[in-house]
Design a protein. Structure first.
Length: 609
C-alpha cells in the first residue's frame, strides 16, 4: 500500500520539499490528496501540521495521486480535522511529505524542518477530539487570560514579569489565582499527547502563528495557551499540586519564551535561553520514538549565524542518523559546555546504566542522558543552577580544561576538592516519601549522623545550634538544598522549616502534597543521600554516592558535583566518574573557591570518563 515509488527524489542542494494538496470533502469516505514539489528558496504558500504520530502500528489509507497509500492513522485524523469543505488546502505533514523509508532523505529533511516551519503561513496544531472537558478547559484559559490582562495592565508588564520569574529573580507567593480553576478540565486537557511530544517544540517555536484544534471547530491560539500555562506556573504556590506538578502544563509553560517572547529570545536578552543546554534540558522531559531526536529535534532552534556556527564547532551537531547515539550525546554535551563556558548541561547526567568504562555499552559519566526520560523513582530533581555560584563564576578555562573535540570519550575539567565523603545516610527514595514512618526514621538517622559529628568543626561551616533538640538552621537549610522561594531565607522562614522537620520526625505533621515546605524538602532530597565529609561539611549527593567519594567544585559549575576515583591505587593519573550534582552547605556562594585563591591552592585537574 505504501510505496516508495510514489516519491520522486528530492534535491537537497536546492532545499526541495514536498507539499500535500488535500482535496475538499467528497461523498467518498477516503481522503484524497496530491503531492507537489516546492523549493524553500522561493516557496509556494502552505501551512504546516503539528500533531502526534501515536501508535505507528495503527494504519490507515488515503488516495495519493489516485493510488491507495498507507499512512499512520494519526496522520489521516489530522488531515480530516483541517480539510476544507469546498477548496484545496496545501499543507506540509512529515509522515507523508518525507519518504520515511529513506534514512538519508529523512536526515536531510529533518535538517530543513526549522526552515519548513519558518516559511509556512500558519501552523495547525492538532490536539485531538473535541469533548466537554476541552470546552471547559478553553473557558478556564479565557478566564485566566482575563485575570492576566487585569493584573499586568493589559499585558504591558506581563513579559518582563515572566522573564524575571523564569530567570529565578521573581516569584509570587502571596497573591493567589483569583479566577475559579477547573482543575479536572485543565489536567485532562494538558494530558493530551501533543504536550509531551518532543518535535512540537521546534514546530511551535518557529512557525509564525499557531492555531490549536480540538476537532475541526474548537480552536484557540497557541500563544493564549502558553500565556495561561506560564501564569499558572508563576502562581504555582496557590494552585493544587496536581496542576502545578502536571507535566503537560509545565511543558506548555516551557514554550512561552519561544512562542510569546520571541523578541527577547532572538535578541538573546536572557543568557540562558538561546543555547543548546537549555534546549536539551527541555527535550529531556519530552517523548520521541527515536532517542537521537533528543538532539536533532532541537538544533534547528539555535541561532543560525556564521559567528555562532564556527565558534562552537557546529560540525558536532550535524543531523546524521547514521551516527551512533553515544557519539551524538557526547558531541551535544561537549558543544553545550563550549557554547556557554558552563557545566550547566551536566545536571542531566544520570547513573541509569551499570556498564563499566571500557565496555561496549558504556556511556561516559559526563554525558547528558537526555535520551532517558526523567524517572521519579531513580532520578533527583536538579538543584536550581541560577540560585548559586559555587565556582565563584570562575568559568571553564578552555585551554586548561582540554575540552577535546577530536573524539576521545574523556572530559578534563579543573576544580577544587571540598571534602571526601565520610558517612552517608540511607537514600531518600520515592517509597520513603510515601511512608510517614519510614521518612521519620530516616530523618532521625540524619540527626544522629550530625549529632555524632565533630561539633567544633561543624560550627566553622554554619549555625548548628539546637541540633541536640532537633534540626539546626544549617541542617534544615541543607535538607531543602536552596529550593525555598527566597534565595536567602530569613530567620523566621528557617525557624518554620526547623519546626516542620521536627514535626515530620515526631510524626505529628500530616502528609499534605500541597504543603509548600514539604514540596521544597521532597524536591531537594528525593533520590539523594545526606552525607558528612571528612572536614565535617554536610550536604546532599546522588543516591549512588558511597564513603570515599569526593564533593568537588568544578570550574564552570554553579553547584558542586560528586566524583568517584576509579583507579586510586594506580601510579598513573586517576580517572573519575561523575555521579551528579550536590548541595554542600557553606560552599554554594563561591566561598570555598575564594578561600583557595587566597591560600594559593593549585586547582585539581579531573579526567572524567
Amino acid at each position: 500500500m505504501r510505496h516508495s515509488s510514489a516519491y520522486r527524489r528530492l534535491n537537497p542542494l536546492k532545499k526541495e520539499i514536498r507539499l500535500l494538496d488535500v482535496l475538499p470533502e467528497t461523498s467518498s469516505t477516503t481522503l484524497q490528496a496530491h503531492l507537489v514539489h516546492a523549493f524553500l528558496i522561493d516557496p509556494t504558500p502552505y501551512e504546516t501540521i503539528s500533531y502526534c504520530w501515536g501508535d505507528a502500528s495503527s494504519r490507515a489509507t488515503i488516495l495519493l495521486d489516485g493510488s491507495a497509500f498507507d499512512v499512520p492513522a494519526s496522520s489521516l485524523a489530522a488531515l480530516k480535522c483541517i480539510r476544507k469543505m469546498h477548496e484545496t488546502r496545501r499543507v506540509w505533514i512529515d509522515a507523508i511529505c518525507i519518504n520515511q523509508d529513506d534514512i538519508n532523505e529523512r536526515g536531510s529533511q529533518v535538517a530543513l524542518m526549522s526552515q519548513i516551519y519558518q516559511c509556512s503561513q500558519l501552523n495547525l496544531i492538532i490536539l485531538g477530539d473535541e469533548d466537554e472537558s476541552a470546552r471547559r478547559a478553553f473557558a478556564c484559559v479565557t478566564d485566566l487570560l482575563r485575570e492576566v490582562r487585569h493584573k499586568t495592565d493589559d499585558f504591558s508588564t506581563f513579559h518582563p514579569m515572566m522573564r524575571e520569574f523564569i530567570w529565578g529573580m521573581r516569584s509570587n507567593l502571596d497573591q493567589p489565582i483569583e479566577c475559579d480553576l477547573d482543575e479536572y478540565a485543565l489536567c485532562s486537557f494538558f494530558a493530551r499527547p501533543w504536550f509531551e511530544r518532543l518535535w512540537v517544540i521546534q514546530e511551535a517555536a518557529l512557525a509564525p502563528v499557531s492555531i490549536c484544534f480540538c476537532g475541526p471547530n474548537l480552536t484557540i491560539e497557541l500563544v493564549d495557551l502558553v500565556r495561561a500555562a506560564i501564569w499558572l506556573c508563576y502562581k504555582r504556590h496557590s494552585i493544587p499540586r496536581s496542576l502545578s506538578d502536571h507535566d503537560g502544563m509545565n511543558n506548555a509553560a516551557d514554550l512561552w519564551s519561544l512562542v510569546d517572547d520571541r523578541d527577547a529570545y532572538k535578541a538573546s536578552e536572557n543568557p540562558y535561553e538561546v543555547n543548546l543546554a537549555t534546549l536539551l534540558l527541555t527535550a529531556q522531559y519530552r517523548l520521541s520514538s527515536d532517542p537521537k531526536d533528543k538532539v536533532f529535534a532541537i538544533v534547528g532552534l539555535l541561532p543560525q549565524t556564521p559567528e555562532s556556527a564556527g565558534e562552537h564547532e557546529s560540525s558536532l551537531l550535524v543531523t546524521d542518523y547514521n551516527k551512533p547515539l553515544v557519539q551524538i550525546l557526547c558531541d551535544a554535551t561537549r558543544y553545550s559546555i563550549q557554547e556557554l563556558n558552563s557545566l550547566r548541561i551536566l545536571q542531566a547526567v544520570s547513573q541509569c546504566s551499570d556498564a563499566e568504562p571500557g565496555s561496549s555499552d558504556y556511556v561516559p559519566s559526563w554525558v547528558a542522558r537526555v535520551d532517558h526520560p526523567f524517572d521519579e523513582k531513580r532520578d533527583a530533581e536538579s538543584i536550581p543552577f541560577n540560585s548559586f555560584q559555587a565556582d565563584n563564576q570562575v568559568g571553564i578555562d578552555r585551554e586548561c580544561a582540554r575540552v577535546n573535540f577530536s573524539g576521545p570519550q574523556k572530559l578534563s575539567l579543573t576544580g577544587e576538592l571540598v571534602s571526601e565523603v565520610e558517612q552517608i545516610s540511607d537514600p531518600f527514595t520515592y517509597e520513603v516519601f510515601q511512608n510517614r514512618g519510614a521518612l521519620a526514621r530516616l530523618l532521625s538517622s540524619v540527626l544522629d549522623i550530625v549529632r555524632n559529628g565533630n561539633q567544633t568543626e561543624m560550627r566553622l561551616w554554619g549555625d548548628n545550634q539546637g541540633i541536640d533538640n532537633g534540626f539546626s538552621p544549617m541542617l534544615a537549610t541543607t535538607l531543602i538544598a536552596g529550593n525555598m522561594a527566597s534565595r536567602m531565607p530569613g530567620d523566621d522562614e528557617i525557624r518554620t522549616l526547623c519546626e516542620f522537620l521536627n514535626a515530620l520526625v515526631a510524626c505529628t505533621e500530616t502528609y499534605d502534597p500541597d504543603n509548600r515546605l514539604f514540596q521544597y524538602f521532597q524536591s531537594a532530597c528525593q533520590n539523594r543521600r545526606f552525607f558528612i565529609g571528612s572536614n565535617s561539611v554536610i550536604g546532599l549527593g546522588p543516591r549512588s554516592i558511597t564513603v570515599g567519594d569526593n564533593a568537588t567544585v568544578l570550574y564552570g559549575g554553579s553547584v558542586p558535583f560528586m566524583l568517584r576515583t576509579l583507579n586510586p591505587m594506580s601510579d598513573e593519573d586517576s580517572n573519575f566518574r561523575l555521579l551528579g550534582e550536590a548541595y554542600v552547605y557553606g560552599v554554594m556562594d563561591g566561598s570555598w573557591v575564594r578561600l583557595g585563591e587566597r591560600l594559593g591552592h593549585t586547582p585539581w585537574i579531573y579526567t572524567i570518563v
